[in-house]
Unconditional design. Structure first.
Length: 400
């Protein structure tokens, strides 16, 4: 046999989230709990198939007539519904053609297309992420060829936002710097900017001619669809060209279907046409065109008043359950005799929390209790339920 050309390839380190899940899956303890993976689970600990998704799928399958390719930029009707959700149905941005939306392969795929597009036209720019940020952000932008830096965000002492540090750093960035911002439900900390703080960030971004890239994967998981869109709409109303990567993985519980979108806010309809032509070139050389099924289902739900109402009700149930788990988690830790103050968790938003658990405690929880938490102490509140929260709190109380 000839010498393999792959002999020099080294083993890659495991992904911090996927690797944790693999270890969890290999654990034989029947009481094991995974608080690391970012997936919504219902009160029984299952990843649900929403009733509205089942209904939409039944309607679509009954009417489906073809399996032909979608266009490069995806299902046009879906892209229009995404814009309505982002900017509001009556937004002048939509009417004036100042937004370009392409269907993406989930939030990750949408970020990747946006990163490759920016790299092609701004090769000298650098990317700035919040410290901390979603682990995959750095790998995505580095893979696109960018130098990746960070700006202050989380304050470990207060378990809140280091807004002054964030704002002062943004003021120093050169023009065309790409600033990645979490529009709501910050991953991994659960700490968000207030509306007034967003306005100050927008002033700096506009004044320094920065390029904002908004990661908007959790619309509806904070305070609701409209409230969670505040940052996106504030940038739009300020007339700031930007990129927005959105996802329906969480809000539709459609994880394996990989359905999201990349939206580019432009200065004019004419500019939109040019931008779209180049984004389509990026997609063509990557996966050529996206899958039809998930876009058809989301479009059907968003465009049908009856299904839309049903979806919003199910989304509200998910959001309220997470908030309920936050309350119970904090109260139960106190009842278990934990002196450390975890009350800040009640103020965080979305699926995640930076719990403040030290790496040593995280290691002990995994080894002694089969309780799997990311090394940073990030926990997914959506993985808690009334059946496991008692054991979770008991285990944490024992290591503190």
């Amino acid at each position: 046999m000839s010498t393999s050309p792959f002999t020099h390839i080294e083993q890659a380190p495991p992904d911090p989230i996927i690797g944790l899940t693999e270890a969890f899956n290999n654990d034989s303890n029947p009481s094991k709990v995974n608080l690391g993976v970012g997936i919504y689970q219902d009160a029984s600990g299952k990843v649900p198939v929403l009733k509205v998704v089942r209904e939409a799928e039944a309607r679509y399958y009954a009417a489906e007539t073809t399996k032909t390719y979608l266009p490069i930029d995806g299902l046009a009707a879906y892209n229009k519904e995404v814009q309505k959700l982002l900017f509001g149905a009556d937004s002048p941005i939509i009417a004036e053609g100042r937004a370009v939306t392409v269907q993406g392969l989930g939030g990750t795929g949408s970020l990747k297309v946006g990163a490759d597009f920016l790299r092609r036209f701004f090769p000298d720019a650098q990317v700035w992420l919040s410290n901390p940020s979603w682990e995959n952000h750095q790998q995505l932008f580095e893979a696109a060829g960018f130098k990746v830096n960070s700006y202050p965000y989380y304050d470990a002492e207060t378990h809140g936002l280091n807004f002054n540090g964030m704002l002062e750093t943004l003021k120093t960035l050169p023009a065309n710097s790409v600033v990645v911002l979490h529009a709501c439900c910050h991953n991994p900390t659960g700490v968000d900017l207030s509306e007034e703080q967003w306005k100050l960030v927008i002033d700096v971004v506009q004044g320094n001619n920065l390029t904002p890239f908004l990661d908007f994967a959790y619309q509806g998981f904070g305070d609701g669809l409209e409230a969670d869109a505040f940052a996106v709409r504030a940038f739009a109303e300020a007339g700031i060209p930007c990129l927005i990567a959105s996802s329906f993985s969480k809000s539709f519980a459609m994880y394996r279907e990989r359905i999201g979108a990349l939206t580019v806010l432009t200065a004019s309809a004419e500019e939109s046409k040019r931008v779209l032509s180049q984004v389509k070139r990026v997609i063509r050389t990557n996966y050529s065109s996206p899958p039809s099924h998930p876009a058809q289902i989301v479009n059907l739900v968003l465009s049908d008043p009856e299904l839309r109402q049903q979806w919003e009700a199910e989304l509200a149930e998910m959001r309220d359950r997470i908030k309920d788990m936050r309350e119970k988690f904090v109260e139960m830790l106190r009842e278990k005799g934990v002196e450390q103050d975890f009350s800040f968790i009640k103020n965080q938003r979305g699926m995640f929390s930076y719990s403040g658990l030290a790496p040593e405690a995280v290691k002990m929880l995994r080894e002694e209790n089969s309780l799997y938490i990311v090394g940073s102490g990030r926990i997914c509140l959506a993985a808690m339920n009334d059946n496991n929260i008692g054991a979770i709190c008991e285990a944490i109380a024992n290591v503190l």
